[in-house]
Design a protein around this ligand. Structure first.
Ligand SMILES: Cc1cc2nc3c(=O)[nH]c(=O)nc-3n(C[C@H](O)[C@H](O)[C@H](O)COP(=O)(O)OP(=O)(O)OC[C@H]3O[C@@H](n4cnc5c(N)ncnc54)[C@H](O)[C@@H]3O)c2cc1C
Length: 465
């Protein structure tokens, strides 16, 4: 943990006295995160418990031994399903196709850029997160060939499958904003969606002495739709604490019509808090180009009468966001369809492909309409694991994903609004979260608890939480 984080906890100790009889709240939350993993693991009762929960008899297990499960993409989506299958059947034939030997805990990127985590706190050895029983093809999928139940890798290997789970994620499309890459090469712009550019952003934020800060939110589907706001609000709070807030103008330009449209109740609660901090929000504006020589962001604004106009905003520090896209192997394959932006075409409840019944999609690359977050995967993984097993046993698919996702909205250092919501934007488990309140508890849970749950529970395929 960095100086910034230490400063913040010193501040909090001064504010409210965090230390209580030898154990701090921070330590308690860290223990809760790890403890939850251990308890849930124990509660699962080993592979027998998993077999029961997936309704796999001994005869079924014998039959499933010869089924080839292939997982394309070995990040949190792919691995959490692979792990669940192996928890139930340690001798299942599970192959993971993943090119990277480092796994990035992306939900921690915002905290790296805000100076709370050190970069090495979010990077893990890929093999250490995989079960020894997983066969690892260390390569990228080049071609999906669902007609012939096979994928072909960039290195030319053909991997045949009986059931395929696709978890390729989404990536920034640098070409969607003119001069995006060029802008990121200048000393006036950074981006938290890439670890190196996020480290750079942190330095720029810390060294900023005043001027105009411009942050943007893109068109189309977005990985963690809360992150562009979070870094804007944390930056503003950083400069306030640094004592230079009066010298900074903060502008947030969003493609959307309000600050947090997926959940109206949260939007109504957070908007006045943000506006009261003097942050200028601009809606219905999409970043189209960056003029690097004059340090100007160029937006297309959509007006109420349907017409558009160009809006130019000068900046001294820029956090630009391009659109997202799925990897070429997926968006150019038969697994996608017209009008879904290259995502895998799945039934949003069953997570099964609409045309290829032995193919399933999970996580960011799946066209469910759910938010693209690890919190979504936490709810999708048990559904995909159960349904792929049912499909392999020729049973009717029973598990359904209800659209639940979650978001820790970091509104300032030491404060977070935490909530879960469904497909319709209704709050879920509100008794627990009290979503409209900015609390220190949820900040600590995000910083100290969630990573542990992600690593120890989700990636290990433990029971549903
Ligand atoms: C800045 C930021 C902040 C975030 N904050 C939060 C948060 O607070 N809470 C939260 O829940 N979520 C958050 N997220 C979102 C979360 O990280 C993602 O939703 C999650 O990582 C998606 O998992 P995934 O497995 O679907 O895809 P990814 O994690 O993107 O993984 C895709 C995998 O597929 C592999 N791959 C790509 N192409 C190929 C190919 N052709 N062949 C084989 N493999 C391939 C990649 O190497 C990668 O390992 C955040 C993300 C970012 C970037």
């Amino acid at each position: 943990m960095t100086d910034q984080a230490d400063n913040i906890s010193n501040q909090e100790a001064a504010d409210g006295g965090e230390q209580k009889r030898g154990i701090s709240r921070r330590q308690a939350l860290r223990y809760i995160g790890t403890g939850a993993g251990i308890i849930l693991a124990g509660g699962a009762g080993g592979s027998y418990g998993y077999r029961r929960s997936l309704r796999i008899s001994s005869a079924d297990a014998e039959r499933l031994k010869s089924v080839r499960f292939v997982v394309a993409g070995g990040s949190v989506g792919g691995l959490s399903v692979a792990a669940r299958i192996l928890r139930a059947m340690p001798d299942a034939d599970v192959t993971v196709i993943e090119p990277n030997d480092k796994h990035h805990y992306q939900p921690g990127y915002t905290l790296v850029s805000a100076g709370v985590y050190d970069p090495e706190e979010v990077v893990f050895d890929q093999r250490s997160l995989m079960f020894p029983e997983m066969k690892w093809v260390r390569d990228s999928v080049k071609t999906f060939d669902p007609e012939n139940n096979r994928v072909i890798t960039r290195g030319g290997e053909t991997v045949n499958y009986d059931y395929l789970i696709v978890g390729l994620g989404v990536q920034m499309n640098y070409n969607s904003v003119e001069n995006f890459a060029e802008a990121l090469e200048t000393p006036y712009a950074g981006n938290i969606y890439d670890l190196d550019k996020g480290i750079k952003y942190r330095r720029l934020m810390e060294e900023f002495e005043g001027g105009k800060f411009v942050s943007t939110y893109p068109q189309g589907f977005v990985k963690c739709g809360g992150a562009p706001q979070k870094i804007t609000w944390l930056s503003e709070d950083y400069w306030r604490r640094k004592g230079i807030r009066d010298d900074v103008e903060v502008h947030f330009h969003s493609n959307r019509h309000t600050l947090f449209p997926p959940v109206p109740v949260v939007d109504e609660a957070v908007k006045p808090k943000i506006e009261a901090r003097g942050i200028h929000n601009h809606y219905n504006q999409t970043l189209r180009a960056i003029d690097v020589s004059t340090k100007t962001a160029i937006f297309e604004e959509e007006r109420e009468d349907g017409s558009t106009r160009e809006v130019r905003q000068r900046y001294d520090l820029l956090h630009p966001m391009p659109m997202f896209q799925t990897p070429a192997a997926l968006r150019e394959s038969e697994l996608t369809a017209e009008g879904i932006g290259g995502q895998i075409e799945v039934d949003r409840e069953l997570l099964q492909h609409r045309r290829f019944s032995n193919v399933f999609g999970i996580g960011d690359c799946a066209a469910t309409g759910a938010p693209k977050t690890a919190a979504t995967i936490r709810k999708q993984a048990p559904v995909v694991a159960a349904n792929v097993i049912d499909a392999a046993l020729d049973r009717e698919l029973q598990a359904k994903y209800d659209g639940t996702s979650g978001c820790p909205l970091l509104t300032r250092y030491g404060r977070c609004m935490m909530f879960e919501f469904d497909y319709d934007g209704n709050l879920v488990n509100e008794w627990l979260y009290q979503s409209t309140r900015e609390t220190r508890l949820w900040w600590h849970f995000k910083v100290h608890g969630l990573k542990s749950l992600y690593l120890n529970v989700l990636l290990n395929g433990y029971v549903n939480v």
